[in-house]
Design a protein around this ligand. Sequence first.
Ligand code: ACO
Length: 446
Amino acid sequence: MESSKGRPVWRGEVKQVGTITVTDDTTGKTVKLPLLEGETGPRAIDVRKLYAETGYFTFDPGFTSTASCESAITYIDGDEGILLHRGYAIQDLAENCDYLEVCHLLLRGELPNPQQKEDFERTITYHTMVHEQLSRFYSGFRRDAHPMAVMCGVTGALSAFYHDSTDILDPRQRMIAAHRLIAKMPTMAAMAYKYSVGQPFMYPRNDLSYAENFLYMTFGTPCEAWKVDPVLARAMDKIFILHADHEQNASTSTVRLAGSSGANPFACIAAGIASLWGPAHGGANEAVLKMLEEIGSVDRIPEIVRRAKDKNDNFRLMGFGHRVYKNYDPRAKIMRQTCYEVLDVMGIKDEPHLAIAMELEKIALEDPYFVEKKLYPNVDFYSGIILKAMGFPTSMFTVLFAVARTVGWISQWKEMIEDPVQKIGRPRQLYTGATKRDFIPLAERG
Ligand code: ACO
């Protein structure tokens, strides 16, 4: 595979390194299954022929032990707290790149050289406007609609506007769809915000960077010249980088599963947005801020921690814990630093939520319950405080996550379509319902 200008995209291979023998203790029958190894990370047992050879399924609700695909995009070592995109550490990318360079890396496989960077920026910039008719969709929503509801709708609607990039078998159309999605998502997100506050939509400006343009479309008005603070634009850009991709999480797997049936990319990304909305996933940053507001003061923390540990209480410490990280989420560390920078530039001293967050983090990191279960702050723990300081309402937090994650979703979707072993995703089940019953006519049902 080639990157945009001929440099090869680095991609290793899955190797078979042995076999594993599984014995059915009830019958004594054995089956040998191939043992696979990628470039790094845990080995995987290849169970593709298991059903054909034994008549058995594997059972793994929540996919805690299942690798659903091969991927060369993102690698996470959850025990060590490592996150790599195409081999580059997230810390290096967040420190040295802008978001569009990271988009180029994820989508095209390599960091751009200066010419590629210029070309890519131009391509994205010149796709930021949305079809004028799309703006009428917004007025169909109630003013108090959650912006994630609006985003699910308008993103799905893109497939009704851009027919020339929905042929998933055409590599050029796939790339155009990717560019359109990365470019238009901030415009649509800013429009969702503007609609909710009753202000006019702002057209994108081609002289601004990706992050600046988003802030301009969100907070600018036609009434006055608008100037972005470079620290805030950089913070926004960093937040986008930190959320750009995260391997086979719930929303990415949703995008892949939706796309595995051959659905068009706009519809698949709308499915990803729906999945991201939940509080266990992208909705957590909104939930963190609500939780900090509810806690209200530092002296209530012990009570909150007690509730989080109580088995009979459904309450969880939002922004803590992660399916994969059993160490400090590397993105959370960068987010914490960005948080200080933003509060400083905004002149916000003694931010009450930050004080509660820091104390909560300190107590939880020392508490045996959290230590034993390896529950550390995740990326969402600090992002809500930054976004609130920047002026975003909490309902927009997950929307920003969706804007940033679009590149990850579409890169993973594209990788899936280009994967020769790809087939429709169709899990099986352990059936626990009634077996065949005799039909009862309506009149005889008691
Ligand atoms: N507060 C208190 N206890 C917790 C928390 C928490 N935040 N998270 C997990 N636990 C406990 C569970 O009760 C469970 O305890 P048990 O073993 O005694 O039953 C144990 O830790 C393992 O938790 P699971 O739910 O089995 O872990 P899973 O991997 O399924 O869940 C998840 C991960 C969903 C992120 C969970 O930690 C959670 O709900 N966290 C809060 C929500 C959140 O911050 N989500 C954002 C995730 S990051 C992202 O999407 C960008």
